[in-house]
Design a protein around this ligand. Structure first.
Ligand code: LMR
Length: 396
């Protein structure tokens, strides 16, 4: 049966980790996968998570199934975290969600839900977008189209071209937007630009499909959700995939939420029954542990305050690295203007070097990044900054 298979190349992002792990260079730097690291290069378990986990181990009384939707407590706390307390769509009872295995699980089940309603619907994604959006949405049956988003030559948004392309997108199509901290380019829509896209969605009737994987890594928990909250207030239907991997540091526990906003409460009940059926026919139900931790943190004032402080610390460390790398590249004599890195948000920016230069950095300096020159900023530190910047200056 399988003899016709050929071997596929490793995943462009996850594959880097395997090469990095076997590299024996003591100066090696991993700027590949989007995982937060502290100054010592370690990805810590957050203290709030440890505390919630300890409480959970003591209080958990059963390992029985939790069902395809996950727990109501997780869903309502996460709906409020994403949409904000008292959001009009929540008050109108038009919101439904399910707990999912990570943001990937959320993207996939929402794509399958769409494909039930509109088989082969077109979903417009930014050029560039996170590489895994393509298989997650495409393998569910949706047709991928792209809109211009980021200009590598000028390291800035192609907003006018984005709008020009989206003018032709109407009812029955979806437009995938990154809520904040765009992956891979780090360049986000301004509030004015969000307003333009919201108005286009209202007028033209396309369905916004928003991916929020980095809430809290840009400016703050509420600022990072500003655009999606406005969108959710303004359109009859919207989809939202949320990941808890980064902001709760729960990567391997696989925690996320798939949320849909419907025209009215009756459509919401119907839609939710379809979504539950999609989940049941896919992975049956989500894992419990990580989501129980999130629920416990979000519903306990003390744990929540600790978590928010830890999230602020992660965000501030990344922002100071952004400033640091711009200064150090200049000090190392790297040609060009890298100040855009300081203006961008979240875990990633493109360095803006060629794929050959990326390969050279890997081979000669053991510095690992995705071929597109996307760097995961948190992999930098005071300790490796000079080595990194001198190496970049050398390959340039
Ligand atoms: C990334 O883009 O590096 C992260 O979102 C991790 C992943 O699964 O690709």
């Amino acid at each position: 049966m399988f003899e016709k298979f050929t071997s596929l190349p490793p995943d462009p992002i996850l594959g880097l980790l395997a090469s990095y792990r076997v590299d024996e260079n003591p100066n090696k730097i991993d700027l590949g996968v989007g995982v937060y690291k502290d100054e010592s290069g370690h990805t810590p378990v957050l203290q709030a998570v440890k505390e919630a986990e300890t409480r959970l181990l003591q209080s958990e009384e059963t390992k029985s199934y939790i069902g395809p939707a996950g727990t109501p407590g997780f869903n309502s706390a996460m709906q409020e975290l994403a949409l904000g307390e008292g959001h009009p769509a929540l008050i109108a009872n038009r919101v439904r969600s399910v707990q999912t295995p990570g943001g990937c699980g959320a993207l996939r089940v929402l794509a399958e839900l769409v494909n039930r309603a509109r088989p082969g619907a077109r979903v417009w994604v930014s050029d560039p977008t996170w590489a895994n959006h393509v298989p997650l949405l495409g393998n569910a049956g949706l047709k991928i189209e792209t809109y211009p988003y980021y200009d590598r030559a000028t390291s800035s948004l192609r907003f006018d071209e984005m709008v020009e392309t989206l003018k032709n997108v109407g009812e029955g199509d979806l437009v995938l937007l990154h809520a904040c901290c765009h992956n891979p380019c780090g360049a986000d829509l301004s509030r004015e630009q969000w307003k333009v896209i919201v108005e286009m969605a209202q007028k033209q009737g396309f369905t916004p499909f928003i991916d929020m994987a980095y809430q809290g890594f840009g400016d703050s928990l509420s600022d990072d959700a500003w655009g999606l909250r406005l969108m959710a207030e303004s359109v009859p239907e919207m989809l939202l995939a949320v990941s808890c991997s980064k902001n709760f540091g729960l990567y391997r526990e696989r925690v996320g939420m798939a949320l849909a906003i419907y025209n009215d409460a009756a459509s919401a009940d119907n839609g939710q029954s379809q979504l539950l059926n999609v989940v049941r026919g896919n992975y049956s139900m989500p894992p419990s542990h990580g989501a129980a931790i999130v629920e416990s943190i979000l519903t306990d004032a003390g744990l929540r305050a600790n978590w928010e402080a830890e999230l602020t610390e992660m965000r501030e460390r990344i922002n100071s690295l952004r400033t640091g790398v711009v200064e150090s590249l200049a000090a190392a004599g790297a040609p060009g203007d890298f100040s855009f890195i300081q203006r961008q948000k979240g875990m990633f920016s493109f360095l803006g070097i060629s794929a050959e230069q990326v390969q050279q950095l890997q081979k000669e300096y053991s510095i690992y990044m995705v071929d597109s020159s996307r760097i995961s900023i948190a992999g930098l530190s005071q300790g490796n900054m000079e080595y990194f910047c001198k190496a970049v200056a050398a390959v340039l």
